[in-house]
Design a protein around this ligand. Structure first.
Ligand code: TRP
Length: 455
């Protein structure tokens, strides 16, 4: 039986287009907003080391698995899982993996777009010169004035959801490639400049020590879980985003090479963000564990005190919005592709529906920072709960089952056929995806569950 399928949604123009799009998906708020603040909350170096280990031993093999499944199935993740299970005479329940992914995509995008809204708001604050000469206290006031105002947050959230739907409705292939080609290098240069500024603060070595010298006494089981969850989050794994991008990948592209390239670029951006932010934190006596507002309360100080800071600050937040934008579209693409395939909807209609659902769920996050800030379950707000449940539970579970499907259920012939790797490289992937990644995920889960019961 021939497996040369094509996707009804089209194909990337080249391997490069895929690398750019997948890197666009991976590099986003996770790298620049989330990585620094969770690193700050979890004590630094040791946490970073666990995160790097998870990227290499869990993230990369699972990314390869997702891409190969997508390219083999050439459909939305729900239908890809259904078809691959049927062809191999495996249990039809595998398709639920696709459903869980769609659910996770909505949940994540609902809060992602609220935070992206903060970045949008900051474009205008930076451009208006609000940060000029500002110190830690002033910058903190500007941040809390934004997040405690539900109407403003709602407005920015709405704008970002609409922006996302516009791109998704036109199809992720058109335009995205060009945007990412310019924006990624620009973002990279600006981050390099910010690291340069951080060197001038006098606390650079303290920031570097915080990030890179591990103190394992600070590493709790919960921190290990968060580091693993973040490895999934930052590489866009565990919910079908990379799988659906893989379904548009040309047949001759090397899955291993592209995965490693994407993971390296993603990790580099996260580490640079950390190197820019922590020296500023220490130089100004700020709190590394300040939480989700961390970058919004640190980088403006740099922009307020460097030459041409208004220009660079504006540019930085514009680029951050673009990075979030190219990530957001991948969160919703699995759902939109499925609506088009199974309900004969036009992409435009599918995008409108997806946008509406995202917008409504996002209200919970909008109010988490103001009206509902005191309504907590286990001490967590709606936003905290959503973030924890998606990044630290649903994505690793999704990733676990993707690894099990690729490593145990699919035949070796299928995976060899798609990966086209030489003996040792294939063996390495096979061991990682079959044993190392699943066992690591399960062990990290059990470690936390054990703590809850006996700790
Ligand atoms: N990786 C993106 C970031 O770091 C977020 C993202 C996009 C994502 N698509 C995803 C996270 C799919 C999990 C799953 O900002």
């Amino acid at each position: 039986m021939s497996v040369k399928r094509t996707s009804i949604h089209g194909q990337w123009s080249s391997r490069w287009a895929f690398v750019l799009a997948a890197t666009g998906s991976a590099v986003g708020l996770g790298n620049i907003w989330k990585f620094p603040y969770i690193t700050g909350e979890n004590g630094g170096g040791a946490f970073v080391l666990v995160y790097l280990f998870c990227i290499a031993c869990i993230g990369i093999p699972i990314m390869m698995a997702e891409i190969l499944l997508g390219r083999r199935g050439r459909r939305s993740p729900i239908n890809t899982m259904r078809v691959l299970a049927r062809e191999g005479h495996h249990h039809p329940a595998w398709q639920y993996l696709g459903w869980i992914g769609v659910l996770a995509g909505f949940l994540i995008l609902s809060y992602y777009s609220v935070i992206a809204g903060w970045a949008l708001a900051y474009v205008f604050r930076a451009a208006g010169g609000l940060f000029v000469g500002a110190g830690g206290e002033r910058v903190g006031e500007i941040f809390s004035a934004l997040v405690t105002d539900p109407e403003r947050l709602l407005a920015w959230h709405t704008i970002f959801v609409v922006m996302t739907m516009i791109v998704v409705s036109r199809g992720v292939q058109s335009g995205l490639e060009k945007a990412v080609r310019f924006l990624m290098p620009a973002l990279f240069l600006l981050l390099a400049m910010l690291v340069g500024y951080a060197m001038s603060t006098g606390s650079f070595s303290q920031g570097m020590a915080f990030l890179f010298s591990p103190d394992f006494s600070k590493l709790t089981p919960a921190a290990v879980l968060i580091a693993m969850g973040h490895a999934f989050f930052t590489l866009s794994l565990g919910m079908g985003a990379i799988m659906v991008y893989g379904s548009y990948l040309p047949d001759d592209a090397s899955i291993a090479q592209t995965s490693v390239t994407i993971a390296l670029a993603d990790t580099l951006v996260a580490l640079m963000a950390g190197m820019a932010i922590f020296p500023i934190v220490f130089a100004h006596g700020l709190e590394p564990g300040a939480g989700p507002g961390l970058i919004f309360q640190t980088l403006p100080i740099a922009f307020g005190n460097m030459p041409a800071g208004t220009l660079f600050g504006t540019l930085f937040f514009v680029l951050l919005v673009f990075a979030a934008w190219t990530s957001a579209i991948s969160l919703i693409e699995p759902a939109v592709a499925w609506l088009v395939e199974n309900h004969g909807m036009s992409r435009v209609m599918a995008s409108v529906w997806a946008g509406l659902i995202t917008w409504v769920v996002g209200l919970g996050t909008v109010f988490s920072f103001n009206l509902w800030a005191d309504d907590t379950i286990f001490g967590l707000t709606f936003f905290d709960l959503l973030d924890f449940a998606t990044a630290n539970v649903i994505l690793p579970l999704g990733g676990l089952f993707i690894a099990l499907f690729a490593g145990w259920t699919l035949s070796r012939k299928v995976t060899m056929d798609e990966l086209k790797l030489g003996g040792i490289s294939y063996q390495l992937w096979y061991i990682l995806v079959r044993y190392v990644a699943p066992l690591a995920v399960v062990a990290i889960f059990l470690n936390v569950v054990g703590l809850l019961q006996f700790g």
